[in-house]
Design a protein around this ligand. Structure first.
Ligand SMILES: [Zn+2]
Ligand SMILES: [Zn+2]
Length: 273
């Protein structure tokens, strides 16, 4: 496995969560590399949304895997003396199919971020619904697929997350309480209730037991003032000396650095109690 701490101890100018033309990003890998160099980054990791066995427009098509790796090698040859470039993937946890798929597990990648974006529909549990998208869509899906039962949706997200930790096959836990954002728009304050906190604590304990690296995801900071995990858990991360990487989950080159300074500062000021 890649040694993340070698990077994080050396610099804060890294981003290891980047989406490009190979999934739902809005620029090419090369445009990201150039932007990263311009912005003074020294390390850049690409993490296309993994191919999945269900229909999903945001995920990478399986047949593009060789192109992805070829482009990565080409960029390393062209820009490798200016920036370290890593081959990653944001591996979806749906029902464990992807974690058991040799065509994904055998890929020559430097690291994988494990993330939950889908939970089973309450109407048809064989169907998996993307609950990660914009709030307007999430709200509509709450009625279509989840009987508007927000607590059950939150619990399902954490069940999926726990299953992902058990299944393994990745190095970094991506945006581990992200459901709290859409859920708190649907039901303000839901993520401050004791049962929600208990779900996060349990998941966090399992993360520690398995020795995963935790990502602080800054994608929503600029627009919504929220990190994933939520800032309120930064003290917990510090207290447990959890290995942390800070990622912008950039889909646009201009947002590569978005929220990084604020996350670093919040982490520094987080109190351990
Ligand atoms: Zn994600
Ligand atoms: Zn992502």
């Amino acid at each position: 496995m890649m040694n993340f701490q070698t990077i994080t101890h050396a610099t804060t100018r890294y981003n290891l969560h980047t989406h490009t033309q190979f999934c739902d990003g809005h620029a090419t890998m090369e445009e990201f590399v150039r932007a990263a160099i311009d912005q003074g980054f020294t390390h850049l990791g690409f993490t296309p949304h993994s191919p999945v066995h269900i229909d999903s427009p945001c995920n990478m098509a399986r047949h593009r895997l060789p192109d992805y790796l070829a482009e990565l090698n080409r960029l390393r040859e062209v820009y490798g003396n200016q920036i370290a470039i890593y081959a990653g993937m944001e591996l979806d946890y749906i029902d464990g199919t992807e974690q058991a798929d040799p065509s994904l597990t055998a890929l020559p990648l430097d690291y994988r971020i494990g993330s939950v974006h889908f939970i089973p529909s309450f109407v048809n549990p064989q169907e998996y619904i993307d609950i990660d998208g914009r709030y307007e869509k999430f709200k509509a899906k709450m009625g279509f697929f989840f009987h508007n039962d927000i607590e059950a949706v939150v619990r399902s997200f954490f069940v999926q997350s726990m299953k992902m930790l058990d299944a393994g096959g990745f190095d970094v836990v991506g945006h581990f309480d992200k459901i709290g954002f859409n859920a708190s728009l649907f039901s303000p304050g839901i993520d401050e209730q004791p049962w929600y906190d208990t779900l996060v604590q349990r998941l966090f304990e399992a993360i520690m037991d398995y020795h995963y690296v935790v990502e602080i995801n800054t994608k929503a900071w600029q627009l919504h003032n929220r990190f994933f995990p939520n800032r309120r858990y930064f003290g917990l991360l510090k207290k447990n000396h959890t290995p942390i990487i800070i990622n912008s989950d950039a889909h646009y080159p201009a947002l590569l650095d978005s929220g990084r300074a604020e996350a670093l500062q919040s982490l520094q000021h987080a109190s351990i109690n």
